[in-house]
Design a protein around this ligand. Structure first.
Ligand code: GLN
Length: 204
């Protein structure tokens, strides 16, 4: 299995390390042709405006859209979630593929960064350490979007739409590899079709 990590800006090294700990081969993606042959793609956290502008500049905006439209699994953390969203509440280059509306930097100044235990049923009973860094909020979800995790007040912080997965928090900054394993479970290792229902990679 070979997973690409968009390496234009932001926390891409941490995702690569998490994937290596799971024994997965990785590719740093900076050019459209580097998407070829990848079983999945991670769009890291960072600054969504910067990543979006660079993606447009290097032809990656269109290339990633085509890649996701083929049904290939794509996972966006934080800024990556903003980029995958259809609506970020302001003008900025987006991939605009997922039926969610997000609000950038939504947790207020005093809560710019915080850590909280998340109950994520798809990962089992153990709470997951949610690290939020100037995180966006998912304001609303549209058709075909399943909420994977929410804060106690009901605010969704992880969601999935077919082959696309997003989190407002940063699993790559923890030692807990369960969320990356969950993403890998969406990857079709047989190289056919979308593979979104392929459970050949076990979660625990
Ligand atoms: N605040 C950033 C943005 O709006 C996202 C922060 C992050 O990715 N940790 O793009």
């Amino acid at each position: 299995m070979k997973i690409g990590v968009l390496a234009l800006q932001g926390a891409f090294r941490e995702h690569i390390e998490a994937l290596h700990r799971l024994g997965v081969e990785t590719v740093e993606v900076r050019l459209p042709e580097q998407l070829e042959g990848l079983d999945g793609l991670i769009i890291p956290g960072g600054e969504s405006t910067a990543i979006g502008k660079l993606a447009v500049k290097y032809g990656l905006q269109e290339a990633i859209r085509r890649y996701a439209e083929m049904g290939k699994p794509v996972y966006g953390t934080c800024a990556g979630m903003i980029l995958l969203s259809k609506d970020a509440g302001r003008e900025q280059p987006l991939l605009g593929m997922m039926n969610v509306k997000v609000e950038r930097n939504a947790f207020g100044r005093q809560l710019d960064s915080f850590e909280t235990e998340l109950d994520i049923p798809a990962l089992g009973k153990e709470p997951f350490p949610g690290i939020f860094i100037r995180a966006p909020k998912i304001e609303s979800v549209g058709d075909g979007v399943e909420v994977v995790a929410a804060l106690p007040d009901g605010t969704p912080v992880a969601a999935r739409q077919e082959n696309m997965l997003v989190t407002a928090f940063h699993p790559e900054l923890t030692d807990d590899l369960r969320f990356h394993k969950y993403f890998l479970s969406m990857v079709d290792t047989r190289g056919e079709g979308s593979g979104v229902r392929d459970q050949s990679v076990m979660l625990r």
